[in-house]
Ligand binder design. Sequence first.
Ligand code: GRF
Length: 190
Amino acid sequence: MSKIKVAIWGSGTGSNAKNIIQHFHESDRVEIAWVLSNKPEALILQHAKDADIPTRIIGKEERENCQALIEEHRKLGIDWIILAGYLWKIPAALCQAYPNKIVNIHPALLPKFGGKGMYGHFVHDAVHQSGETESGITIHFVNEHYDEGNIIFQARCTIEQSDGPADIEKKVRALEIQHFPYVIAETILS
Ligand code: GRF
């Protein structure tokens, strides 16, 4: 049986990508086949190179016109796309080419604290300022609207009164590392 091929898209440090790559390293069902980033200097690309996984830079113009990029995914036989800290909006054409085959992780409990501009520390700052007593992660399918696709999985953490945004981020990141690879496995293998 041929393996399910997965591409990971990201813009940042790639801690989730690294974790996912390690998780599936010896899998006979799933192959992390490609890692893409809009930022040439992003650490996520280094994690891919360390694991001998091919990489590609996503150009600015491909935010609008991504037909060639879609073709390349198809040629490589990519079945699923995982967004792990990818900051640009996903082009509508890609959503149409991969319906319910693109999965994102968001560092808060959607539908709260989602949407345009809600990424990285902005999310944790907003959660902190709101006085919420819990935060967490949301893993969801991607559609043409930021953070609005169907939710696959959520995990929660408690926020203590003394927690600042950095403490919240630490708790949320721990949940990401703990759950994301397993949720990916369950989603793409079911
Ligand atoms: C994570 O917090 C993820 O939830 C969000 O972006 C961050 C990416 O971090 N979408 P990393 O690049 O995986 O370290």
